[in-house]
Design a protein around this ligand. Structure first.
Ligand SMILES: [Fe+2]
Length: 388
């Protein structure tokens, strides 16, 4: 059996990679890019940092800096209008997962029209939109190297998963220096998101030899450095390892899919506006505990790759160590429980059935080694609330 592997055409990786944006644009014969980003990137001077080397080469960019965290189909429409009305030939996506996901949607909608709802799974979006050069500033969502975008339906609060070659950036500029000034909370949330990508890709029913190799290496890079970057933001070696690990984790899950943690996490993000990485972190230990019996060898490999278990440990011992480590990471990185975060108990319990339905509809739970029914997901949400 073979697997189709999809990657960006160029990955520029390492210190200063983002300053290569002009030469990357010229490789693709692009002369008029629209920068898609958010206000924070503008305020922190990141936009200027990307624009300057372009101006020096005589390239003037358009700017759409109104991307929202957890983007909705409404929030991207002003960017779509800019593509429709301007004569842009490319998009530079700058920021965390939200601007990159927004840019992917703007690229397709700007060229082909329609509503984002039309492009959600199970449709395979293979149309070629405007070429995207993705510059991630977190380590991270891995969106710079995935064929996915997540856009929330503003009416129903459903997080719509959209997939296909059309959402794969042509180039990813993976520059860990952009993460040196990230606040601790964002560092922790996006770092645990990346770890979750690697673990879920490795235990996914769609895992393959290629995605396994990327996932194991991602775990080896991320796990020993997660605490370091949280406590020592200026640790360049640790930041570099996290950035590379996050991109490899993106490659892994783009080619193997995520599973139950992401499936159950998206509705929490949509209904209670919990940042994506944080809602994953809240779920990761309990969902791993639930899933482990169906893939104990695979989870033991995760523990060994993360170097929390010895190579000689039995699978059972490695699995115990993995669960202990995931709980310890959450404690040390101060991941709150649902109630502690401010989620109202009554509303949470009134939405359980709907959240379980939405998780199932995304398709991600079907990739999990242990596939839960809707009722089991309701029980899992309940158990996690009670444990915290
Ligand atoms: Fe994620």
């Amino acid at each position: 059996m073979s697997s189709a592997i999809v990657l960006p055409r160029v990955m520029q990786v390492g210190a200063g990679a983002s300053s290569e944006v002009a030469s990357i644009l010229s490789k693709f014969n692009c002369e008029k890019p629209l920068i898609v980003t958010d206000q924070m990137m503008k305020q922190l001077g990141y936009v200027e940092r990307i624009e300057l080397p372009l101006k020096e080469q005589g390239i003037n960019c358009g700017l759409f800096a109104d991307c929202l965290p957890e983007p909705t189909d409404e929030s991207i429409m002003a960017g779509v209008a800019m593509i429709e009305e301007g004569d842009y030939d490319s998009i530079i996506a700058l920021g965390g997962g939200s601007p990159i996901d927004s840019a992917k949607a703007i690229s397709i909608l700007g060229k082909f029209g329609g509503a984002m709802r039309d492009y959600r799974v199970p449709r395979d979006v293979s149309e070629t939109g405007l070429p995207i050069i993705a510059i991630p500033t977190t380590a991270g969502t891995g969106s710079e190297a995935t064929r996915f975008t997540i856009i929330t339906d503003a009416n129903s609060d459903e997080k719509m998963l959209c997939a296909g070659l059309g959402f794969m950036p042509v180039a990813a500029l993976v520059d860990y220096e952009l993460t040196l000034s990230l606040p601790a909370r964002v560092t922790a949330d996006t770092g645990i998101d990346a770890l979750t990508h690697a673990m879920e890709a490795y235990v996914s029913r769609k895992a393959n030899a290629y995605s396994d190799s990327q996932a194991l290496q991602a775990m080896a890079l991320i796990a020993p450095n997660l605490r370091r970057v949280y406590h020592e933001p200026d640790n360049r070696k640790a930041r570099e390892a996290m950035m590379l690990g996050a991109t490899l984790a993106g490659v892994a899950f783009s080619n193997a899919s995520v599973a139950l943690v992401h499936g159950m996490s998206r509705p929490i993000g949509a209904h209670f506006h919990v940042p994506h990485g944080l809602s994953n972190a809240m779920l990761l230990p309990a969902i791993t505990e639930y899933s482990i019996e169906a893939a104990s060898e695979r989870y033991a490999d995760c523990a060994r790759a993360m170097t929390v278990a010895e190579p000689a440990d039995s699978d059972a011992v490695a699995n115990e160590k993995l669960l202990t480590e995931l709980k310890a990471i959450n404690k040390e990185l101060e991941v709150p429980g649902f109630a502690e975060y401010g989620i109202e108990k009554e509303r949470f319990f009134s939405l359980l059935e709907l959240m379980a339905e939405q998780a199932l509809a995304s398709g991600s739970p079907n990739n999990n080694p242990r596939q839960p029914s809707k009722e089991e997901m309701v029980s899992l949400y309940t158990k996690i609330w009670e444990q915290q």
